[in-house]
Design a protein around this ligand. Structure first.
Ligand code: ARG
Length: 604
């Protein structure tokens, strides 16, 4: 407004004061950078522009009055909030919602997460799809939106038919017992079934070309013949599966049960909210694919190309293929049908895919195809839902290559979780030797899981990161253990107030807050950022923004605690005010950690 009064000739749209947090905490809390842009636009010296703005500013009820002294450098205007205004804002934030407003428009965020595949163990690659997805869903819930989790299980199609055929054959021959088969053995047979169906036709052609001798050729011929047979058998099995033929379907169901039990157990071990009711596997779309393809063809959206059916997408060279030339449907066909269900049945206004960034072309194709079909139109708002790929980078080993076991196998996720807890236990047994053993085990479990999840969530989502147990379990730095410890500290101070000063818990809940010392001011300003951080993390689908924030808050709290005695405060009013700041910090830290899906602790 001051800009308008000082320069009425400037278009209101260009009167942005460009207010940011200040980089110079000693000088200011916020700064306005608008004078520089305006100076350029008006051809005036920005310091003079700043001076003119300052004369017209009236912020007396929240900030210190602005004067010539408020102008710095090329024309920044430094703004210092008044202490009483800060105290008032912090007091207002200290309610049930921690200052998070009720959303003006309630979104329904459908979150695609986990995405395991039948007959396979979850490996480290699924870690991110589970915990980033769960964190995003929790964030929407925290902000008062709806979140609908969808575990798009890879449980259909030819590869699944191959392993089903293999297991049925072995089970009919009484070579395996489906009742007791482990997921590990199943995964081995899965790999075998894929190999058996893969014909080495190129190998055979080479062998013939180079006349590699009748023995080699005969061997390869047999292999190719066998593969053809296995493949034909798998295709028959697929047809039987699609027809729900009982004997075949029962095997598939058993594969599904075994895989999903392990999957849900692993998610539970991660304290991630992924349950049976969130499963909506590819098989659940099986009956929708034919009608979708037919409709898209009728409406002229799908067209034929070299025998296949494709949907061209604006701006993409590669079209979305929805039916192969042999008549089979694809991963993409299912995803197009899934968008229709997620938007038009589940009422999604944002559909968010927490899936490996390497699938980004796939999602561009299916988003484009679904948009052309109008499957993204939310029936209540009549507007297209936002279809978003919250892609994530890879987990790397020390050598900068994808994280694998020494023998080059995928690392089982459950092994990683157990190892994190085992290593956490070693640290906890040393650091918290005074705690009873059962409690130490609980602390170790929380520390291990928090370390693993936080190390993943705190990295920029789209980037690869190097996996390191040592780094994630450190009690210093931006780690899960450090933040759990910071939370526990805010709690132990309050317990101490009761134990040592005989102040009943709750006494400080409504104590008047006073902000005097610089460290109190910094803490207050940091606390006040919380609602904005949650909102921006949800907008960008970037949980790491919350991590950076709580790390910042923990550090700010630590300085406050060093610089402002709480239990030895100069007077009772200051002590109660500071205890209330401890309690509010505790609540914000706990809220942030819970929103990320991390376990928290009372003591450690
Ligand atoms: N099962 C898939 C895979 O392993 C991930 C599923 C991702 N979700 C989706 N809607 N496509 O790559």
């Amino acid at each position: 407004m001051a800009i308008g009064r000082a320069f009425p000739e400037v278009d209101p749209a260009e009167r942005d004061p460009l207010i940011t947090g200040s980089k110079m905490a000693k000088l200011a809390d916020f700064q306005s950078n608008g004078a520089m842009a305006l100076g350029k636009k008006l051809g005036k010296n920005p310091r003079e522009v700043a001076a003119a703005i300052v004369k017209h500013v009236d912020v007396a009820d929240i900030a210190e009055p602005l004067t010539e002294q408020s102008i710095a450098g090329p024309g920044f205007i430094n703004i210092k909030l008044r202490s009483d205004a800060l105290a008032m804002l912090v007091t207002r934030m200290d309610g049930a919602t921690l200052g998070v407003p009720v959303p003006e428009v309630k979104e329904t965020a459908v979150v695609d997460l986990c995405g395991v595949n039948l007959a396979k163990q979850m490996h480290i690659g699924h870690l991110r799809a589970v915990i980033i997805g769960d964190a995003i869903a929790r964030l929407f819930e925290r902000l008062g939106h709806n979140a609908v989790r969808q575990n798009h299980v890879g449980d259909w199609g030819l590869p699944i038919a191959m392993v089903t055929a293999k297991l049925k054959q072995l089970s009919d021959a009484k070579k395996i017992d489906m009742a007791t088969l482990s997921l590990d053995s199943m995964e081995k047979l899965y790999k075998l079934s894929q190999l058996e169906c893969a014909a080495e036709e190129r190998g055979l052609a080479m062998a013939r070309k180079y006349r590699m001798g009748p023995k080699v050729i005969a061997e390869l011929e047999a292999q190719v013949e066998g593969a053809k047979e296995a493949m034909a058998h798998a295709k028959q099995t697929l047809v039987k599966l699609q027809a729900h033929e009982p004997a075949v379907f029962a095997i598939w169901q058993r594969i599904s049960d075994i895989t999903m039990k392990a999957c849900l157990d692993t998610c539970a071990a991660l304290h991630s909210n992924v349950k049976a009711e969130h499963s909506a596997g590819e098989s659940s779309y099986a009956l929708e694919l034919g009608p979708v393809v037919e409709e898209l063809t009728k409406r002229g959206i799908a067209e034929e190309s070299a025998g296949a059916l494709i949907v061209r997408v604006e701006g993409l060279e590669e079209p979305c293929i929805i039916r192969k030339s042999d008549g089979g449907y694809l991963y993409a066909t299912t995803d197009v049908a899934a968008i229709r269900r997620r938007v038009q049945k589940l009422d999604g206004t944002r559909v968010i895919y927490c899936v490996d960034i390497r699938q980004s072309l796939h999602f561009k194709q299916v988003f484009g195809a679904a948009h052309r079909a109008g499957y993204d139109i939310n029936l209540a708002t009549k507007k297209p839902a936002r279809l978003e790929h919250a892609g994530f980078g890879m987990v790397l080993g020390d050598d900068g290559r994808p994280f694998k076991t020494r023998s080059g196998e995928n690392v089982k996720l459950m092994d990683v979780i157990n190892e994190a807890i085992r290593r956490a236990a070693a640290v906890v047994n040393e650091r918290s030797a005074e705690l009873p053993e059962a409690q130490r085990a609980r602390v170790a479990e929380a520390v291990g899981v928090a370390a693993l999840k936080y190390a993943d969530l705190s990295n920029d989502r789209v980037k690869d990161y190097v996996f390191s147990f040592d780094r994630m379990l450190a009690f210093e730095g931006n780690t899960g253990p450090y933040l759990l410890y910071a939370l526990v500290r805010t709690r132990s101070i309050q317990r101490k107030a009761t134990a040592e000063r005989a102040i009943q818990p709750g006494t400080w809940t409504n104590a008047p807050i006073a902000i005097g010392e610089p460290a109190e001011k910094t803490l207050a300003l940091t606390l006040l950022r919380y609602p904005g951080v949650l909102a921006s993390a949800a907008e960008a689908l970037e949980p790491h923004r919350i991590c950076n924030y709580i790390y910042d808050l923990a550090g700010t709290f630590s300085s406050f605690f060093d610089q402002c005695p709480v239990l030895k405060a100069p007077d009772d009013a200051t002590m109660l005010s500071r205890l209330r700041l401890c309690a509010l910090t505790e609540r914000v830290l706990a809220d942030g950690l819970t929103t990320l899906g991390l376990p928290t602790l009372e003591r450690m």
